[in-house]
Design a protein around this ligand. Structure first.
Ligand code: FMN
Length: 322
């Protein structure tokens, strides 16, 4: 039987859990991208990026389906018109670049369609935008890597050669990724690797963000963390922080040894998380953070979504002393 003090302490801890989660809920509900309390312009800003990125991603596949994403194209043009087509803001420039690339690819393939004419009209008098594709005619460049451009050169790859990553290379990447910092050096991040094509197909069908290139993925990683390393309401999201730092380090380490990667979200419900764990032999006491598709990059015509970045001024706030 716990003493009164212990019981009160446990009630206190449980209450803290409830109040902390309730505050997560409050903040999220108030400021998320579907909240009526959030600024319409800000919501449009992110919606343009998200929809346009789907177009860039489609273009970056090895063999894009012609006239793909009709609905998204129309939506992007509508959003841009609503936001202001003359704006220099990053999402507008990204949309213009992606539509230019889309149009050029279809015209080069001799395709005609009223939607392409609409895009052409939409793009009249526009300078070259920032979205679209990046091309890598020489694959991953070793001199760029050793020249310190590793961070700037990494990209999300959706075109892989059909040879899985071997055990030795994988262990090398994991060992390098382990240089990632972690809170109190807990190292609670775990990675589970798969190269069985049937299992990869099953896991990716549960993930659902790799359609269009999932059949191309020969090696897959699930990044998770051990819940046992964390305690108390305040620490409820810290496993995600450490695992994300590890995942980033993993992707850079992979690039450094010539292996390309694509992070894959695991924004899934608990039911799907449980199915992924069961299919992927991951223990119940781990939380899933993300998947990473990895492999040797395709040797011919390697390309990737441009994924332009926002200006530093939109990201960085410097607070001067008073
Ligand atoms: C946590 C996370 C989840 C992602 N999920 C997906 C995904 O499900 N499918 C996909 O094709 N790309 C996914 N991406 C890749 C992003 O689209 C990509 O990182 C972004 O456009 C920046 O491009 P870059 O990685 O080439 O610099 C994800 C990226 C992150 C960080």
């Amino acid at each position: 039987m716990p003493s009164i003090t212990q019981a009160l302490s446990q009630i206190g801890k449980a209450t803290l859990f409830a109040t902390e989660f309730a505050q997560d809920l409050y903040l999220y509900a108030k400021y998320c991208g579907i909240s009526p309390f959030q600024s319409g312009k800000k919501k449009l800003y992110y919606k343009m990026i998200i929809e346009t990125h789907a177009i860039e991603k489609g273009l970056s596949l090895a063999n894009p389906r012609m006239l793909f994403g009709r609905q998204k194209i129309t939506t992007v043009m509508r959003y841009v018109r609503r936001y202001g087509i003359n704006s220099n803001d990053m999402p507008v420039q990204m949309a213009i670049g992606a539509l230019q690339t889309y149009l050029a690819a279809h015209r080069a393939a001799g395709i005609t369609d009223p939607m392409l004419d609409d895009i052409e009209t939409f793009l009249i008098d526009r300078r070259t935008g920032s979205g679209g594709l990046r091309h890598f005619p020489a694959g991953l460049l070793q001199q760029d890597i050793s020249g310190g451009l590793l961070l700037a050169r990494r990209f999300s790859c959706r075109m892989f050669a059909q040879k899985p990553v071997d055990r030795e290379t994988l262990e090398r990447i994991v060992a390098l990724a382990q240089t990632a910092p972690s809170q109190c050096n807990r190292q609670a991040t775990k990675v589970t690797f798969y190269s069985d094509r049937k299992l990869i197909a099953e896991l990716l069908s549960l993930q659902a963000g790799a359609s269009g290139f999932s059949e191309n993925v020969t090696s897959l990683l699930v990044v998770s963390y051990d819940l046992a390393a964390w305690g108390g309401a305040q620490q409820r999201n810290q496993g995600y922080v450490d695992a994300s730092l590890f995942a980033m380090n993993f992707m850079l380490a992979a690039y450094a040894v010539g292996v390309a990667t694509c992070p894959l979200n695991l924004a899934v419900r608990h039911g799907v998380e449980r199915r992924i764990k069961r299919a992927g032999s991951i223990p119940d006491d781990q939380r899933l953070v993300m998947m990473i598709a990895l492999g040797w990059p395709a040797s011919d015509g390697l390309k990737a979504a441009a994924s332009p970045r926002r200006p530093v001024s939109e990201i960085l706030t410097v607070v001067e002393g008073v």
